[in-house]
Structure formats: structure tokens, C-alpha cells
Design a protein. Structure first.
Length: 238
């Protein structure tokens, strides 16, 4: 039976009891306050559910990750980075990025409609706490791509990305990975496999290995250190 989490206390079962399938459904219930979300991510867990469902918590096995130093930029993408006329920023339009990720899309990627109003509000609260961040890609003054996620210590937990022009979300991820690699970031959590992410060097690892990384890098950090990224988001786009 799927464990049910009460709103208090903020606590999760071991990820070892997650359902034995690649998606790794772990539990239901709980809440989406900053305390719940921070505790979830530091334990390798994230929420994913629809409007007609309770909050569902997941911990996939295998886990798709990108080590920033393993970023792979193909020749065509490198040309777009140099000559595409794009500009990158960070945390300049978080609300607009999450709204774009939530909108129905026709770019071949999974629909973002799982980003319910409740989820949107929760991540916007987390952004105001300085824990959730966005990377924006602009052409002139038009937002054409981006991504958002949660930064804890040296780890960035990616949540969603979008493109309104070809390669714009990839360009956002390239800027994030390069900034992390230069500033001490260790890992980008991509959650689940997509060809889009694999083309940039992301790969699947065992959930136990992923949890091992988090325990090594996050468990001994106090709240202030945990929620302060190891790199500077202000370096993105410079």
C-alpha cells in the first residue's frame, strides 16, 4: 500500500520502498511548503501529480543526471550559441518561465500541464525564498526559452524547460552547466531520460548512487548553507 504522508511532521519514508518501476512512486499526501520541498529534494524525491490527484512523490531508478563537466555541445548547437543572437539571464523572469513550462506545447516534449496552479504557487514561493531559480533565454526582449529548478548546495534539481525557438532550452542548460562547472557545482538532476537531455551528455545512474551523492554533499549542511548554491547564478550570461 502506498504510504500516506500527513501534513505534519515533514518526513518521508526511505526511497528504498518506492514502487519497483522506473518512475519510482514513493508516497502520497504531505504538503508543498518550502519545508516539504527542500526536504524532498535533499532526499532525492520530487512531486509530480495532476489536478485530480493528491500530491504524489517520486524517486526514479535509474536517475538521469548531468555532471556539468560532462556537458556535450555538438557543433550545430555551438554555432547557435555563438551566432544565434540569444541572450541568457538568471532569475529575471521566474514566473514567466514556469508559466511557459506549464503551457501546452508542440515542440515534441511532454506537456507541462502537470504544473498545476498549486505547484506553480509552491515553486514561486520557493523562488522568493532564494531556493528555486530560473535561466532565461532571450531574443531581444522576447523570452524564447528557459528552465527552472531547485538549487541545494552543489546540486541543481531541474524541473522543467521550454523552447519557443529551436534549441533555446538546450542553450539554457548549456549556460547553467558551464556556470556550475566554473563555480563548483557538482550535479544537475534531470530526473528521467529524454533524448533531448541525453544529447547533451546526461546519463542514467542507479538511484542508490544518486542518493549517495546527495548524502555526501547535502546531509552535513545547515539550512543557510544548504539553500545557498555553490556557484553564482549571476554568472549566467556573462
Amino acid at each position: 500500500m502506498l504510504p500516506w504522508l500527513n501534513e505534519h511532521p515533514v518526513t518521508f519514508p526511505s526511497v528504498d520502498i518506492a514502487l519497483d518501476d522506473p518512475d519510482g512512486l514513493l508516497a502520497a499526501g504531505g504538503g508543498l511548503s518550502p519545508e516539504w520541498l527542500i526536504e524532498a529534494y535533499r532526499r532525492g524525491i520530487f512531486p509530480w501529480y495532476s489536478d485530480d490527484q493528491p500530491i504524489l512523490w517520486w524517486s526514479p531508478d535509474p536517475r538521469m543526471v548531468l555532471h556539468p563537466e560532462e556537458l556535450r555541445v555538438r557543433r550545430s548547437l555551438a554555432k547557435r550559441l555563438r551566432n544565434g543572437g540569444f541572450r541568457a539571464t538568471a532569475d529575471q523572469a521566474f514566473d514567466a518561465v514556469i508559466d511557459a513550462c506549464a503551457a501546452p506545447r508542440n515542440d515534441g516534449h511532454a506537456s507541462g500541464t502537470w504544473i498545476t496552479d498549486e505547484m506553480r504557487d509552491a515553486y514561486c514561493d520557493l523562488h522568493r525564498e532564494g531556493v528555486a531559480h530560473s535561466v532565461e533565454i532571450w531574443r531581444d526582449d522576447r523570452l524564447v526559452g528557459g528552465l527552472y529548478g531547485v538549487a541545494l548546495g552543489p546540486v541543481f534539481f531541474g524541473e522543467s524547460m521550454f523552447s519557443r525557438e529551436a534549441d533555446a532550452s538546450k542553450i539554457a542548460l548549456v549556460h547553467l552547466a558551464r556556470t556550475m562547472a566554473a563555480g563548483g557545482g557538482r550535479l544537475i538532476d534531470c530526473q528521467m531520460h529524454t533524448p533531448h537531455l541525453a544529447s547533451l551528455g546526461a546519463r542514467g545512474i542507479a538511484r542508490s548512487a544518486f542518493i549517495g551523492y546527495l548524502e555526501r554533499w547535502l546531509d552535513d549542511l545547515d539550512r543557510d548553507s544548504l539553500t545557498t548554491p555553490a556557484w553564482s547564478f549571476t554568472g549566467i550570461g556573462e
